[in-house]
Design a binder for this molecule. Structure first.
Ligand code: COA
Length: 292
C-alpha cells in the first residue's frame, strides 16, 4: 500500500462519530507502513516508528484502520507481531500506541495482544459545578521561591504512594514540563501547612506530544497534582482543581486536560469526579517482544 489516504479519511469519520472531540487522523511523517488484509480482502495499515527515547527502544504504532474497529486492530497487531519476529528487540524496549478511549470495540484485541492501558488523556469541556466537597478551609496560592523546600518535602512524602508515577511513562511526568506552580494550604497542627501542590500549563496541537491528540484551540493543562498523603480525602485535591479551573477561565480557556493512569483507581475516580473523562488511552507492552 503506497497511499493510505482512503484509510485516513474513513478513520477520521469513524472517530468523529465515536467522539466529537477527536481531531482528524494524521499520519506521522516518518515510519514503516505495516499492511494487513482482512477476511473480505480489504486492507488496513499501521505506521510503525522505531526510535530511541532516553536510551530505550520505542516501537510507536499509529493504526490506520479506516472504518474498521476491533477486526482491523486485531489484523494490524498481528502484522506488528510478525514484524517483531523478524527484528532483534532489546530488553529495554516498549510497544506503544494511543487509541480513542471510547472505542470499546478495540479493547479486546489490544488486551489479547498483551497491551496494557497505562495512561489516559482526561478532558473536561465547559463549566462543571464546583466540587461540593472542596474544603472551605483550603487556600490556594501561587508558589514562590520561598516555598521550594516545602514543595520538595511534599513530593518526597507523596512519592512512595504516588502509584501514578510508576505506571505513567516518564516522558509524560517530566519534571521539566512547562507551567506555573500553585500550592494549597490548610490548617495543620504539624507545623507543615502545605497540603498540596499543582503545576498548570497550556496545551495545543503544537505542544510536544499533543500533535495528533487534540482538536484545534488552546487547553488548560493540569500538568501535576499532588496532595500530602496525610491530608487526602479532605477536599484539598478538589480545591486545587477548582482553583485550576478558575485560573483557566480567567485566561479564556474553557477546556482543560490532564494525564492520569486508568490503572490507578483512586486517581481515576478523583478525575472523573472533577468532570474529566478519557479522550485517548495509551496502551503499552514492555518489553516490546512481549507483544502477543
Ligand atoms: C488523587 C488526589 C490528588 C486526590 O486528592 P484528595 O485531596 O484526596 O481528593 P479530595 O478529598 O479533594 O476528593 C475530591 C473527590 O474525589 C473523590 N476521591 C478522592 N480520592 C478518592 C479515592 N481514593 N477513591 C474514590 N474517590 C476519591 C472524593 O470522594 C471526592 O469526591 P466527593 O466530592 O464526592 O466527596 C490525591 O489522592 C493524590 O495526591 N494522589 C497521589 C498523586 C496522584 O495520583 N495524582 C494524580 C495524578 S495521576
Amino acid at each position: 500500500m503506497t497511499d493510505p489516504s482512503g484509510l485516513v479519511a474513513a478513520q477520521t469519520q469513524r472517530h468523529a462519530s465515536l467522539d466529537p472531540l477527536l481531531p482528524p487522523t494524521t499520519v506521522p511523517d516518518r515510519g514503516d507502513m505495516l499492511v494487513a488484509t482482512l477476511a473480505r480482502g480489504t486492507q488496513v495499515a499501521g505506521l510503525l516508528d522505531i526510535r530511541t527515547e532516553r536510551g530505550r527502544r520505542v516501537w510507536a504504532l499509529t493504526p490506520l484502520l479506516g472504518d474498521h474497529g476491533g477486526e482491523g486492530m486485531e489484523a494490524v497487531l498481528r502484522a506488528l507481531r510478525a514484524r517483531l519476529d523478524r527484528t532483534p528487540v532489546p530488553a529495554d524496549s516498549v510497544c506503544t500506541l494511543a487509541w480513542p478511549s471510547l472505542d470499546a470495540d478495540c479493547t479486546r484485541p489490544l488486551l489479547d495482544h498483551g497491551l496494557v492501558p497505562v495512561l489516559a488523556l482526561g478532558v473536561r469541556v465547559g463549566a462543571t459545578p464546583r466540587n461540593p466537597s472542596g474544603a472551605a478551609s483550603v487556600a490556594v496560592r501561587r508558589s514562590s521561591s520561598r516555598d521550594a523546600g516545602a514543595v520538595a518535602r511534599l513530593v518526597r512524602r507523596a512519592e512512595p504512594s504516588q502509584r501514578c508515577s510508576s505506571l505513567v511513562p516518564k516522558s509524560f511526568l517530566d519534571g521539566t514540563s512547562p507551567g506555573s506552580e500553585w500550592m494549597a494550604e490548610s490548617g495543620s497542627r504539624t507545623g507543615e501547612p502545605l497540603a498540596g501542590m499543582m503545576r498548570l500549563g497550556e496545551a495545543h496541537r503544537r505542544t510536544p506530544g499533543f500533535a495528533s491528540l487534540l482538536p484545534e484551540g488552546n487547553w488548560g493543562w493540569i500538568v501535576r497534582l499532588l496532595v500530602d498523603p496525610r491530608k487526602r480525602g479532605r477536599g484539598v485535591g478538589g480545591a486545587l482543581v477548582a482553583a485550576a479551573h478558575d485560573v483557566f477561565a480567567r485566561r479564556g480557556l474553557e477546556r482543560s486536560l490532564t494525564w492520569y493512569s486508568p490503572l490507578d483507581s483512586p486517581a481515576a475516580a478523583f478525575w472523573h469526579r472533577q468532570g474529566y473523562r478519557p479522550l485517548w488511552t495509551v496502551w503499552q507492552c514492555e518489553p516490546a517482544s512481549a507483544l502477543r
